[in-house]
Design a protein around this ligand. Structure first.
Ligand SMILES: Nc1ncnc2c1ncn2[C@@H]1O[C@H](COP(=O)(O)OP(=O)(O)OP(=O)(O)O)[C@@H](O)[C@H]1O
Length: 827
């Protein structure tokens, strides 16, 4: 084990002017905003302890910055505040204070000087005094209760953070500078820049420093499409890069193509040229030239025994710890590290989400050698076991399949309890039926390793997390369900081993949905739902996602709309995984694609530029409404949601609106009724064909099944009794001919353009133009149409919600009585 160098501080920390000449090749690290220099110190060499895992008090690590100029000796002892400033360099004063608080919070939970992950925390030795410790503990207690509370206070502070973040972004303008101070590794920044992510989203801007710099567990709630994946994904990548850097071993260089060397220099573009001046030859060539002394840090950073009880001392570990959040460029694949299991685990509720999450993370980790894979149901188990043998750093999994592999004693998954980071995405969904059991079993295994659990960083994210967590005005319809979900979530947070001082970031709005989403409704009878859907799809072609409450409904409307040449795709849980993914791909590929989906697609799916979401039936829960609607209007883009409200949907619709604090009814979607008769004719014909085909095929299918079963059992069937009557051959061919004719007729109708009914040869000339038939396609985009319609209505007369036919906001009893009295009078 390497010796430890102890630094005895003699001088003061002095702020240096930032100058690109301080860095090799004039590469000024974009994330750096300040450097302090220790003006005088003495290095005392101390032998390192042989025991690992022991606490070490208050190591303070020298920032890995090339020291320019000479150091002026000064006699003052080191000031703790100044030390901290160095370690959280690049952050604002407020951030520094937060960091200090966060440090204080984490101290008493673990051994002194080691944070919850067993990493060295930047607390000076001088805090050893009892009184100060007590104060710090008191403060920590206050802070942690404030943070973990999901009530208004936390919400308010998240809102404040959001406001100040938005202000910052505004004042910074566009450009990657908005990522500064968020401690994003340079390699990741480079990938983000390539993707055009010039600015972090609010959840990213707020979560990243807390996760990376403060190393806090995070409970995050933000609207759909707000970039939550990277809000937890970047800290994960950061942690793994950090880990790899600390645990690299020498490995024969890959001399074949020199690719890695190239990658390395690429990677160095945006990154701080820090302390990667290690023993590795290749890195010496590529790396920094300042000749600073570095050493490898031990796995948990706690290898220092008996630190001197000297207030002015701190340690330089041989690989000097970087400031929290900073990351060197030393992340290429010519290193291996001592690990036997994955470093991070992300749990997702659906297969599609897991696969999508892998894609997002792979894009962000493009310039690292990190392996990120998915373990999901519906794929061959053997194939997944093979992939696990490649030792991926990050596993994104659905609980069911992961548990199956754990049960089969997969050697790599035997080390699941050692992961450094754990994410439970869509956490409120994960505690629902179908996931909770496996999740609990997985957590039991993961938490069996107490030490690892203490070090682990945990993230719980969802767009509707705070709807499930108790809070003001978040009441859900069924109290029983609500309680059980709350209990489960509380249980999850406990079982998951989230730390007491987890940071709760709630950026969800009172209305539950994003500002860029336009929400509308169409009230209609049950039978007319198909007609309005057909109207919408024909008039506003664009990538449209239609949600239904049942698979049977998807099957029915799929076949009708196929006959109507709308080319629908479908997605539901009864489909084979391959077909599901294929359909998703097709939907993503075409700008005018139509997808009929069950709620398996409601959460998380990030399909670019979905223009419209239609709720064919109102969902059963408010969360589902929010998630379904959130498939459009993502990443600040505009989107439209239309709810088709039949009489049966009214109750749930009202409840959802109430839960989402809507004082007004959703605006009605403007429908030009002139087009409806023609569309109805198409639809009627399509339904007739569908019914006839369906009935015949069903009977035929049953007969085939019976005949096959009888053959297998060597039985003779009495045709008349058991088999459906399909008619004789002649009748059957007549039936087929009839269907063919109907199809021919329908196709003929579909080829004609749909015109408005009310056109006559007489027309008003005052307009100065000849009025012609309006065709169905003559329309603006749906969002513009809704907005213009709303403006026109406002101009004409103020909307009195209580008098509109489609009013769905619950009326008070008294109002209702008055209304019926008036009606009686009028009669
Ligand atoms: N900083 C950024 N700038 C621009 N786009 C971003 C940024 N971060 C993420 N995105 C993009 O925004 C989209 C939505 O991100 P993401 O899927 O993470 O949202 P989410 O909050 O998890 O949504 P949901 O709650 O629906 O799961 C993605 O296409 C992602 O690539």
């Amino acid at each position: 084990m390497a010796d430890i160098s102890v630094v005895k501080a003699k001088g003061k920390w002095k702020k240096l002017k930032l100058d690109s000449s301080l860095f090799p090749k004039n590469e000024f690290p974009s994330s750096l905003s300040c450097i302090h220099e220790l003006t005088d110190y003495e290095i005392i060499n101390k032998p390192a302890s042989k025991s690992r895992g022991k606490s070490h008090n208050s190591e303070v690590l020298v920032p890995s910055i090339k020291k320019p100029g000479k150091q002026k000796p000064k006699s003052d002892s080191i000031n703790s505040k100044q030390q901290k400033e160095i370690l959280i360099d690049g952050s604002s004063r407020a951030e520094k204070q937060t960091a200090n608080k966060a440090q204080k919070k984490s101290e008493p939970k673990t051994a002194d000087g080691v944070d919850s992950e067993g990493q060295v925390i930047e607390t000076p030795l001088l805090t050893g005094k009892k009184k100060k410790k007590k104060n710090a503990q008191k403060k920590k207690k206050e802070l942690s209760t404030e943070d973990t509370r999901s009530g208004s206070k936390t919400n308010k502070s998240s809102t404040d953070e959001k406001e100040s973040f938005i202000e910052n972004v505004k004042s910074n303008g566009t450009g990657m500078s908005n990522w500064q101070n968020l401690f994003v590794p340079g390699v990741v920044l480079k990938a983000l820049q390539e993707q055009g992510f010039s600015s972090p989203t609010p959840i990213q801007g707020i979560a990243l420093p807390h996760a990376i710099r403060d190393r806090l567990d995070i409970v995050g709630a933000a609207e759909t499409g707000s970039g939550k994946t990277l809000a937890f994904g970047i800290p994960l990548i950061h942690k793994i890069l950090d880990y790899k850097q600390k645990h690299r071993l020498e490995q024969p260089l890959h001399s074949d193509d020199g690719k890695e060397g190239e990658e390395e220099s690429d990677v160095a573009l945006d990154i701080e040229d820090s302390d990667d001046d290690d023993d590795d030859d290749e890195e010496e060539e590529e790396g920094s030239d300042d000749g600073e002394k570095m050493m490898e840090e031990e796995l948990d950073g706690s290898d220092v025994d008996n630190p001197p009880d000297d207030e002015d001392c701190f340690y330089i570990q041989e690989s000097a710890e970087e400031e929290p959040g900073s990351m060197s460029n030393d992340v290429t694949s010519n290193q291996i590290e001592l690990r036997t299991g994955p470093l991070a685990l992300i749990l997702q509720p659906t297969r599609e989400l897991a696969i999508q999450c892998v894609k997002h993370l792979q894009a962000a980790a493009k310039y690292t050698d990190m392996k990120i894979i998915s373990i999901v149901g519906g794929m061959a188990v053997q194939k997944q076991q093979r992939i696990l043998r490649q030792k991926p750093e990050i596993i994104v999994a659905t609980p069911g399949r992961l548990w199956e592999l754990v049960e089969q004693n997969d050697p790599y998954l035997n080390h699941l309890d050692e992961v450094l980071s754990l994410v439970v995405d869509e956490a409120d969904r994960m505690v629902e039926k179908g996931h909770f059991e496996e999740l609990t079993k997985l957590l039991e295994i993961m938490n069996s390793n107490y030490e690892a659990r203490k070090k682990r960083q945990t993230f719980l994210f969802s767009a509707t997390l705070t709807m499930t967590l108790p809070g003001p005005q978040r009441t859900l319809s069924k109290k029983k369900n609500k309680l059980s979900t709350n209990n489960k979530l509380a249980l999850l947070m406990k079982n998951i081993g989230m730390k007491e001082h987890a940071k709760v970031i709630d950026l969800t709005q009172k209305t539950g949905t994003v500002d860029t989403l336009t929400e509308t409704r169409i009230n209609c009878s049950l039978e007319d739902k198909d007609l309005y859907l057909y109207y919408f799809l024909s008039r506003y072609p664009g990538r449209t996602l239609v949600f239904t409450n049942s698979k049977d409904c998807i099957r029915r409307i799929s076949s009708i709309f196929t006959l109507l040449k709308c080319d629908p795709l479908s997605l539901h849980s009864d489909m084979h995984q391959k077909q599901r993914l294929k359909n998703l791909e097709k939907f993503t590929a075409s700008e005018k694609a139509l997808l009929f989906a069950s709620d398996v697609a409601a959460r998380g799916l990030d399909i670019p530029n979905v223009q419209h979401v239609i709720h064919y039936q109102i969902p059963h829960t408010v969360e589902t409404y929010v998630h379904r609607s959130g498939r459009t209007a993502r990443a600040s883009k505009a989107g439209l949601s239309v709810v088709l409200i039949g009489p049966d949907d009214m109750r749930n619709y009202k409840k959802i609106m109430n839960t989402l604090n809507r004082n007004e009814d959703l605006p009605g979607f403007p429908v030009e009724s002139d087009f409806l008769p023609t569309l109805k004719a198409h639809l009627t014909l399509a339904k007739e064909i569908d019914t006839k085909e369906y009935r015949f095929n069903k009977k035929k299918h049953q007969n085939d099944w019976f005949l096959k079963a009888a053959r297998e059992m060597d039985m003779e069937l009495d045709d008349d009794q058991l088999l459906n009557d399909l008619g004789d051959d002649y009748q059957q061919s007549q039936h087929r001919a009839e269907l063919k004719e109907l199809r021919y007729e329908l196709n003929g109708l579909l080829q004609q353009s749909v015109k408005s009914r009310h056109f006559s040869a007489k027309y008003p000339t005052k307009t100065g133009r000849l009025l012609t038939h309006k065709t169905l396609e003559d329309s603006k985009d749906a969002v513009t149409e809704v907005k213009e319609n709303q403006q026109n209505r406002k101009r004409k007369r103020p909307i009195d919600v209580s008098k509109t036919k489609c009013n769905t906001v619950p009326m008070k009893k008294k109002q209702r009585k008055n209304k019926s009295k008036k009606k009686l009078k009028n009669r």
